[in-house]
Design a protein around this ligand. Structure first.
Ligand SMILES: Nc1nc(=O)c2c([nH]1)NC[C@@H]1CN(c3ccc(C(=O)N[C@@H](CCC(=O)O)C(=O)O)cc3)C=[N+]21
Length: 294
């Protein structure tokens, strides 16, 4: 049976570390980190995630501002809201929760965020800096995975890392981070996607398999090498009448059967998801302390 890589516990450890730093900042009379989140519309999952981010800020002593906007807001109005926050010296970090309504350009909105407040690490400036191995706000999900690999002492040097999914937010940056010179890193990386041929055979050669393609239980035991480390980035709600909420969460990996073959695996929930929030908070601390752009 695989070791369970516990994102819930690790994210709590990180939150405790950040809370301790906030307490120091308070005694030093320094700037209390302040995160602003813009939420457009009323998508259920987005509300849950943004709610969790605001709650986490509260727990660790950050200030937070939640800007809720109607889904009929124009692109222009949203861009103006981003500009307001860019210009507000009290706010250190800004995230615009995705997805946005179809009539709004994600590129335009992302590009409007001041890079030194871009704690999601989505702007071209931060993506470029991350790729160059410069100080950067690294996108929260890949950064959370990096932290899990570190804190579980998972060897990555010389290993074959297969990433499934090439999204801008997870797969693509993950492949860069695993290949770069450092730890975690120094892996031989294969980035696979919907056009990849022989995906199953490639996945079978992975020492580290990072799954972020957004298909429920896509990875089955026959795709996994015995002893592989499996990181599941997927998160899907499936109906389950036995739950109070009416649904349960599953990942991109068929957990039970893959856990029997892997040496270590992240669960869903309680794996990568909570780490995403911890990384966002960490980036916001870096922003308040001006550690990335100086
Ligand atoms: N601008 C932007 N930045 C993001 O970082 C961002 C985003 N938009 N849009 C959506 C995705 C998704 N995301 C998650 C955060 C926390 C959990 C999380 O805490 N998951 C819990 C379960 C939470 C639940 O009950 O649904 C877990 O896996 O254990 C999951 C997913 C951040 N995202």
């Amino acid at each position: 049976m695989a070791i369970l890589i516990d994102g819930k516990k690790t994210s709590q450890d990180i939150k405790n570390e950040i809370a301790a730093r906030v307490a120091e900042i308070k005694t030093e009379g320094g700037k209390i980190p302040h995160l602003a989140a813009i939420l457009v519309g009323s998508d259920g999952a987005s509300q849950t995630y943004v709610g969790a981010k605001v709650k986490a800020c509260h727990e660790i002593g950050f200030e937070s501002t939640l800007v809720r906007l109607d889904e009929t807001i124009s692109e222009e109005e949203l861009l103006a809201k981003v500009e307001d926050i860019n210009a507000n010296p009290d706010i250190d970090g800004l995230i615009v929760q995705l997805p946005l309504p179809k009539h709004i350009s994600v590129e335009k909105v992302t590009d409007k965020i001041k890079p030194d407040k871009d704690v999601d690490g989505f702007t071209p400036s931060n993506v470029g800096r991350m790729a160059l191995n410069w100080p950067a706000y690294v996108a929260a999900t890949p950064y959370g995975i990096v932290e899990l690999l570190k804190r579980y002492n998972i060897e990555t040097s010389g290993k074959h890392c297969v990433v499934i999914g090439r999204s801008h937010i997870v797969g693509s940056p993950m492949s860069i981070l695993m290949a770069r010179n450092g730890y975690p890193g120094n892996a031989t990386v294969t980035l696979t996607h919907s056009r990849t041929q022989n995906l199953k055979e490639i996945a079978q050669t992975a020492d580290i398999l990072i799954v972020a393609l957004g298909k429920p239980e896509f990875v089955t035991a026959d795709m996994v090498k015995p002893g592989a480390v499996v990181i599941d980035v997927g998160i899907h709600r499936v109906e389950d009448a036995s739950k109070k909420s009416g649904f349960r969460l599953i990942g991109d990996v068929k957990f039970d059967e893959v856990a029997e073959k892997a040496s270590a695996i992240t669960p869903v929930p309680g794996g990568v998801g909570p780490m995403t929030i911890a990384s966002l908070l960490y980036n916001t601390l870096l922003a308040a302390e001006k550690k990335v752009y100086g």
